[in-house]
Design a protein around this ligand. Structure first.
Ligand code: PBG
Length: 330
């Protein structure tokens, strides 16, 4: 017997060809930014909670960038691990023109002129307190002095060849100050990808292990956002747009898809999302136990982030996902 149905949505799923006609979201290597951990040492250090990721010395970094470019991943975000001895309360290493990040930018640009290089603007790798901002004697995070330091940091990155600077610090007013500092120095073409809605998330745990950058005291809740809030993300969006952000970002991604969607519908700017270290670690941990299929769940998570409205995704799966998509198109 057959039901008397006018609508049978399954007709639009009946074959791979029709499913391809009706697919609303695509993902590919052009949507990925690959975050890379670097250090000033010859070898590599594995990161236990992030299988496949490591703190890389120069030669592995070049090999990683070359292999990524070969599968179509063309953007890279650099995160430095700085020896404890170079960390200070003023985080001065953050704008040392001979520091690890400027040296690495210059060399990567020389070897791979087409690679798009994104740098993190925040003091935590360089700050002996482990915070993204400067810390007062009584433990407060100082907004305006931090913004001044971030401008010095961003200029050192722009001078060394950064294409996009990405403030992840969540200080007030930093996007406008960075734009003015870059423009004054002639870097009108350097883009600002703002971490607009960066939440005080426990999903950053593996990243802080990777870089030894956890705060020494306190937490980041006076500057990173409360995971309960979405209207506040729209407030940050209005400010970052007005201050001149070129791309606005939500971070983390997987637990914040509604925030991605909210930004997508509230702005004409490109929206980025950061699938953070804990999201990557969760999928790997389950896969190592044989509980989830890593390839399928990783690609599904990336598709979901795109479907929510992200144009571009920071993901530790970038090179691997590009390979998977090449060998097994969705
Ligand atoms: C630091 C920074 C963090 C991440 C990117 N930049 C950590 C933090 O804010 O504590 C997290 C990335 C990740 O977990 O993958 N400014």
């Amino acid at each position: 017997m057959s039901l008397d149905l006018v609508h049978r949505p399954r007709r639009n799923r009946k074959s791979p060809v029709i499913r391809a006609f009706t697919r609303e979201t695509v993902i590919g290597p052009e949507h990925f930014i690959s975050p890379l951990f670097i250090h000033d040492a010859p070898g590599d250090v594995a990161i236990a909670s992030m299988p496949g990721c490591k703190r890389m010395g120069a030669s592995s970094l070049y090999a990683e960038v070359e292999a990524s470019l070969a599968v179509g991943v063309r953007a890279f975000a650099l995160f430095p691990a700085i020896p404890e001895a170079q960390k200070t309360r003023g985080a001065e290493e953050a704008w040392n023109p001979k520091g690890l990040i400027p040296r690495t930018l210059t060399e990567l640009k020389r070897r791979f002129p087409d690679a798009m290089l994104v740098t993190d603007v925040a003091l935590d790798p360089y700050n002996s307190d482990g915070h993204d901002g400067l810390v007062s004697d009584d433990g407060r995070i100082l907004n305006d002095p931090t913004v001044k330091a971030l401008c010095a940091q961003a200029l050192s990155q722009a001078r060394a060849g950064a294409d996009i600077i990405a403030p992840s610090d969540m200080m007030d007013g930093r996007v406008g100050a960075l734009r003015a500092a870059l423009d004054d120095d002639g870097f009108t073409d350097v883009s600002i990808l703002a971490y607009t809605a960066k939440y005080a998330s426990a999903f950053y745990g593996p990243f802080r292990d990777a870089l030894d950058s956890a705060p020494k005291a306190g937490d980041k809740k006076t500057y990173q956002m409360d995971p309960a809030n979405v209207r506040e993300a729209l407030r940050e969006l209005v400010l970052d747009e007005a201050e001149g952000a070129d791309i606005v970002m939500v971070k983390p991604a997987g637990a914040y898809l509604d925030v991605i969607a909210a930004l997508r519908s509230a702005t004409t700017l490109p929206v980025a999302a950061y699938q953070v270290s804990g999201e990557y670690a969760m999928l790997h941990a389950a896969a190592q136990n044989g509980w989830l299929d890593l390839r399928k769940t990783a690609l599904e998570s990336l598709l979901g982030i795109r479907r929510a409205g992200a144009d571009v995704i920071f993901t530790y799966f970038a090179r691997q996902a590009a390979l998977w998509l090449r060998d097994h198109p969705l």
